[in-house]
Design a binder for this molecule. Structure first.
Ligand code: FMN
Length: 358
């Protein structure tokens, strides 16, 4: 019998031929925020993924804040992303783009000296990489409610541009302490207007963004990523299960291509040893396709699908280091080890030069 990871899965308008997805991975290889030929080669190498979710990509200059990250807010971005999507499609793959606004964890060095925006004037904890080295996060400017439609519109415009660039869909980045997540969780959102306070109010911004993206393109082309227990950058919430099951129930009505949770099952990236995992609770209340991620290997991923804990598994660091990951899983071949020292460097080394089994 075929391993469950190799059973096809419908996600919205497209069919993924397997359930081994590539997790979004920021690699900082773009040129002046524009995707390049090296990125096309890297994604093309990984086209055997059931779905590639391409790296977090800024929806606006205001949302930008990571050296070497790409954008999707100009015609030059659209033209250059086309090379990437064409390469993936020519290699038989499918690719979504992750839509990103960094909110308070951008930095004045990326904002012409202006402080970044966030739900409340509360700085993230830790340091960020600016073009001139590491600097502490700054206290952001709290957005006025009247500015929110402009940002919602930026997400919608970016989704339209992603469609024009040939992507198969978009994933709204609601995870990892960026703007949407900052609105969701009450350590970073202390607003007293309709976007703060109750869970319903804190989810309002996410709901408006998802609705606008669905209208700009289609719910069948829209995914959403959440990281319910990620506790880096000072992110926390007093009731993660209550908050994130509310989010899952709220987005049921959109009939999205998928919902994606990033929440590690073992020590490593996105692992929170002090919080119970929320993904099983989301599974109970969410009606659509659920993708999950974090610390999975072939055996644990197979078990998770067999036990119906999720419908597909996204692999981050193992896909980064193994361009032919599905084939390695199928053949039982060993895996290349990822080299974290080369995650965010420049050029092909540690990026497009990981060997294939053939
Ligand atoms: C180098 C690197 C870059 C990442 N960039 C992103 C990103 O752009 N967007 C995102 O949602 N998560 C990002 N993540 C998190 C991964 O998608 C994934 O959730 C995490 O690595 C855990 O999965 P894994 O154990 O399979 O690696 C990144 C992780 C790494 C290691």
């Amino acid at each position: 019998m075929t391993n469950v990871l190799f059973q096809p899965l419908r996600i919205g308008d497209i069919i993924a031929p397997n359930r081994v997805f590539m997790s979004p991975l920021t690699r900082g290889r773009s040129t002046d925020r524009v995707p390049n030929e090296l990125m096309a080669e890297y994604y093309g190498q990984r086209a055997s993924a059931g779905l590639i979710i391409a790296e977090a990509t800024a929806i606006s200059a205001e949302g930008y804040g990571w050296n070497g990250a790409p954008g999707i807010y100009s015609e030059a971005h659209v033209t250059s992303w086309k090379r990437v999507t064409e390469t993936v499609h020519a290699s038989g793959g499918r690719i979504f783009l992750q839509l990103w606004h960094m909110g308070r964890v951008s930095h004045p060095d990326f904002q012409n000296g202006k402080v970044p925006v966030g739900p409340s004037a509360i700085a993230a904890l830790g340091e960020t990489h600016t073009p001139v080295g590491k600097k502490p996060y700054v206290v952001p400017r709290a957005l006025d409610a009247s500015e929110i439609p402009r940002i919602v519109n930026d997400y919608a415009t970016a989704a339209g541009r992603a469609r024009d660039a040939g992507f198969d869909g978009v994933e709204v980045h609601g995870a990892n302490g960026y703007l949407i997540d900052q609105f969701l969780r009450n350590a970073s959102n202390r607003r007293t207007d309709q976007y703060g306070g109750s869970i319903e109010n804190r989810v309002r911004f996410l709901k408006e963004v998802v609705e606008a993206v669905c209208q700009a393109w289609s719910p069948q082309r829209t995914g959403l990523r959440l990281s319910p227990t990620m506790n880096e950058k000072g992110m926390a919430d007093s009731d993660p299960i209550g908050l994130f099951t509310y989010v899952a129930r709220t987005v049921n009505c959109f009939n999205l291509a998928y919902l994606h949770t990033a929440e590690s099952i073992r020590p490593g990236r996105l692992f929170n040893p002090t919080a119970p995992r929320v993904t099983p609770h989301i599974r109970e209340v969410y009606d659509g396709v659920l993708v999950t991620n974090g610390g999975y290997e072939f055996e644990s991923a197979t078990r998770a699908i067999e036990n119906k804990e999720a419908d597909a598994i996204a692999f981050g660091q193992s896909f980064l280091a193994n361009p032919d990951l599905p084939r390695r899983f199928l053949s039982g071949s060993g895996l290349n080890e990822p080299d974290p020292a080369l995650y965010y460097t420049t050029g092909p080394h540690g990026y497009s030069d990981y060997p294939r089994i053939d």
